[in-house]
Design a protein around this ligand. Structure first.
Ligand SMILES: [Zn+2]
Length: 45
């Protein structure tokens, strides 16, 4: 099961899918979906 993370467009905080409708930190309502990129982060090192 893949877990998708979401990121607030205003404050940039990572948000759980449960809160994807609205940022729990600043209340902003534009949330980006983020995909975990394991391979890329390994290569960056
Ligand atoms: Zn926010």
């Amino acid at each position: 099961m893949v877990v998708f993370m979401y990121k607030c467009a205003k404050c940039g905080k990572e948000i759980e899918e449960l809160y994807k409708v609205r940022c729990p930190y600043c209340g902003y309502r534009i949330i980006f979906k983020e995909r975990p990129e394991f391979e890329k982060s390994v290569r960056a090192v």
